[in-house]
Design a protein around this ligand. Structure first.
Ligand SMILES: NC(=O)c1ccc[n+]([C@@H]2O[C@H](COP(=O)([O-])OP(=O)(O)OC[C@H]3O[C@@H](n4cnc5c(N)ncnc54)[C@H](O)[C@@H]3O)[C@@H](O)[C@H]2O)c1
Length: 270
């Protein structure tokens, strides 16, 4: 299905690892809606070779970039500038925590790992926008998005230091969004997505219970990755030009539900 919502638009999509990745679905939908884009991921992720399939299907170029490396990002944006001149959208769909991977309890966080999680999952969003703004590569009314999770605002045991990273990511969207809006009319938002079965999601301790609980608690159920991609497309389109500096909930109503009957029933309460 295409409504040509992104016809003529150019962009950069960070974070497609495999078919489950939210960024993978965004790339497929952006292609269907008429966009052209560069796909990028960390060199180590590219070694798996999966991304080439997506590149072929969407007619995209793959440029490696570790988001913690200013040099890699400068090279990526130089390629984008040479290819497109200016661009219209950027998707930051990146998260990684060694504390999560190693299942280290939040209260016992290793700070080397903690700083790495912040750098990859949050500060990289600032770094990407800093380089984009310096280069003046975004068209006016361009749209920059990052993916977040409600643990940035509410406590979810097990989400670990990624919760702190998401809180920081959302703050960066607000603060950078202010300056980018004033100076260049570029909008910056985060989408807070339901638990989703992906490689990053699966790394969270107790992910299946988190997923199951959210499914019961959300009036509409958990939002699938494809629907998240569709929401991203609307935010890259010209139909949402005045939406900026927001953390937008895409969660089937989870975040504004105190408790659902399904959860109560499960607990055995009348
Ligand atoms: N899966 C969920 O339940 C869920 C829920 C809400 C938000 N999110 C967020 O969605 C985003 C995408 O995650 P996903 O669920 O699609 O999982 P995913 O594992 O498919 O994507 C994570 C991506 O981050 C990339 N990455 C890690 N370190 C990097 C680095 N140094 N440089 C460049 N890229 C790097 C990985 O290679 C991978 O492509 C993340 O920000 C995640 O926190 C996920």
């Amino acid at each position: 299905m295409s409504n040509n919502l992104l016809k003529g638009k150019k962009g950069i999509i960070f974070g497609a690892l495999n078919e489950d990745s939210i960024a993978w679905k965004v790339a497929e939908r952006a292609h269907e809606e008429g966009a052209e884009f560069i796909l990028t991921n960390a060199p180590v992720a590219l070694r798996m070779g999966e991304l080439n399939k997506l590149a072929e299907a969407t007619g995209s170029e793959v440029i490696p970039a570790d988001v913690t490396s200013t040099e890699d990002l400068e090279n990526l944006f130089a390629v984008a500038e040479k290819k497109y001149g200016k661009i219209d959208f950027i998707l930051h769909s990146i998260g990684m925590s060694i504390n999560v991977r190693k299942k280290i309890h939040y209260t016992e966080s290793n700070y080397e790992f903690y700083n790495k999680a912040m750098d990859i999952s949050a500060i990289s969003f600032h770094r990407v926008m800093k380089i984009a703004k310096k280069k003046d590569i975004m068209n006016e009314w361009g749209s920059i998005l990052a993916l977040s999770y409600i643990a940035g605002q509410l406590a979810f045991p097990g989400y670990n230091d990624m919760a702190d990273a998401k809180a920081q990511l959302e703050a960066i969207a607000r603060n950078f969004g202010y300056y980018y809006g004033v100076d260049k009319k570029v909008r910056v938002n985060t989408i807070s997505q339901s638990p989703t079965k992906t490689t990053a999601g699966g790394g969270i301790k107790g992910f299946d219970s988190l997923y199951g609980f959210a499914e019961l608690q959300s009036p509409l159920g958990n939002a699938p990755a494809l629907d998240c991609a569709n929401y991203c497309i609307t935010l890259f389109s010209d139909l949402t030009k005045y939406v900026t500096m927001q953390n937008l909930m895409h969660d089937g109503g989870f975040s504004t539900t105190g408790v659902s009957n399904k959860v109560m029933d499960k607990l055995g309460f009348e």
